[in-house]
Design a protein around this ligand. Structure first.
Ligand code: IMP
Ligand code: MG
Length: 194
C-alpha cells in the first residue's frame, strides 16, 4: 500500500492509469442495494415531516449513490451538487480542499443531507460541513457510502455510513481511479499487477 501511494504522488495524470491493475470485488451490488435501503429508513425517520430535504451530492464520486438514495427516500427532496477537490487524479489527498462548483440553491433554514462517497483523511467532509453550516441550514446531516477510519487525519464522522472499509484504494459505484471505473455496479479494490 505504501508503495502504491508513492507512485500516486510522484506520477501525475495519464501515466498513472497506464500502470496495469485488476479490480477485486469488495462489496457486491446486492450488498450495496440492501444497505441503501436500510440507510434510507434511518434518514426517513430523522427527517420525517420535513417540508423539503435538500440532498447535496459531492461531485463526482457520489453521483451513483445519490441517485439510489433519492429514489429510495419517501420524502419531498430536492437535489443539488457541490464539487470539492482534494485528490486531483492521484491516490493521495492534497489536504487542501477547494470548492470547484458551488450549490445552485440557498440552504438557509432548510433541511440538508450531504452525500459523500468516501471519507478518507476527512479533510473534504469536514470542510464541506463547516462551509454549509455557515449558511445557516435548519438541520444538516451527512452520509457517506464508505469510511476508511484508519486513514483519518481530521476528526469527522458522517452521521450515517454505509460500510467501514480497510485502507485500500477502491473504485466503482461512482468512485474512480484516474476517472475510470465509475460505472462498475459494485465496489472493488485496485490491485496493481505490474
Ligand atoms: P478526504 O478529504 O481525504 O476524506 O477524501 C475524500 C475524497 O477522496 C473522496 O470523496 C474521494 O473522492 C477520494 N477518495 C478517497 N479514498 C478513495 C479511494 O479509495 N478511491 C477513490 N477515491 C478516493
Ligand atoms: Mg469525492
Amino acid at each position: 500500500m505504501t508503495e502504491i501511494r508513492n507512485v500516486g504522488e510522484k506520477i501525475k495524470g495519464d501515466l498513472m492509469s497506464e500502470r496495469p491493475y485488476v479490480i477485486d470485488e469488495m462489496i457486491s451490488a446486492k450488498a450495496i442495494a440492501a444497505r441503501v435501503e436500510e440507510l434510507c429508513k434511518n434518514i426517513q425517520s430523522e427527517f420525517v415531516g420535513t417540508d423539503k430535504l435538500i440532498v447535496v451530492g459531492l461531485l463526482r464520486g457520489s453521483f451513483v449513490f445519490i441517485a439510489d438514495l433519492v429514489r429510495e427516500l419517501d420524502l419531498p427532496v430536492e437535489v443539488d451538487f457541490l464539487e470539492a477537490s482534494s485528490y486531483g487524479d492521484g491516490m493521495e489527498s492534497s489536504r487542501e480542499v477547494r470548492i470547484l462548483k458551488d450549490l445552485r440553491g440557498a440552504i438557509e433554514g432548510r433541511d440538508v443531507l450531504v452525500v459523500e462517497d468516501i471519507v478518507d483523511t476527512g479533510y473534504t467532509l469536514s470542510h464541506v460541513i463547516s462551509l454549509l453550516k455557515s449558511r445557516g441550514p435548519a438541520r444538516l446531516m451527512s452520509i457517506a457510502l464508505l469510511d476508511k477510519p484508519s486513514r483519518r487525519e481530521v476528526e469527522v464522522k458522517a452521521d450515517w455510513t454505509g460500510f467501514e472499509i480497510p485502507d485500500e484504494f477502491v473504485v466503482g459505484y461512482g468512485i474512480d481511479y484516474a476517472q475510470r471505473n465509475r460505472n462498475l455496479d459494485h465496489i472493488g479494490k485496485v490491485r496493481f499487477t505490474g
